[in-house]
Ligand binder design. Structure first.
Ligand code: PNS
Length: 161
């Protein structure tokens, strides 16, 4: 069995992430969507909320599970028999840092990284932009899963500008 991981902050998960999960699910027997626990970074949604939202949106994919991790991604991979990290590449601007991380992760434990080219529909999309647009009242429908739209609006209204 080859296991893969799609790591990230997912604050919140976007349709671009979902596209990567679906494509990874078609390639690997099991895919873990792993949410980074990063206590030094402020977030719109707590890790538990992000996990709940991710579980809802990956429900149609029986071989996708959701978990969280802290520390090094390669340690999480080793502890869970995960051989491959799957990432989406949106544009050249992603490439430099993603390549560095892929090379470092390979250097540390030999874990491979597989890049899938982001669907061009979502090449400009990021969680940060979604948060910014939603915060100022912009329409983010079609950019995040529909079942999250209300939750996102409620949260940005709560947090305020
Ligand atoms: O969605 P993000 O915040 O861009 O995801 C970044 C993430 C979680 C994939 C990356 O920061 C990561 O793997 N962090 C875990 C710590 C780690 O392993 N650092 C060394 C990377 S070479």
């Amino acid at each position: 069995m080859t296991f893969a991981v799609c790591p990230g902050s997912f604050d919140p998960v976007t349709n671009g992430h979902l596209d990567v999960f679906a494509r990874a699910a078609a390639l690997f027997e099991q895919v873990t969507v792993a949410v980074l626990i990063n206590k030094t970074k402020s977030s719109l949604f707590s890790v538990e909320e992000r996990i709940d939202m991710l579980r809802e949106v990956v429900a149609p994919y029986p071989n996708v599970v959701v978990d969280s991790f802290h520390g090094l991604l390669v340690d999480y991979c080793r502890d869970h028999d995960i051989a491959v990290i799957v990432k989406g590449l949106r544009a050249v601007s992603d490439f430099d840092y993603e390549l560095q991380m892929a090379q470092m992760n390979h250097r540390l434990t030999g874990t491979e990284t597989l890049f899938v080219s982001t669907n061009p529909l979502y090449s400009y999309l990021s969680s940060s932009l979604v948060k910014e647009v939603a915060t100022y009242g912009g329409d983010v429908s079609g950019l995040v899963p529909d079942i999250l739209l209300t939750r996102l609006k409620e949260r940005v209204d709560q947090v305020g500008l």
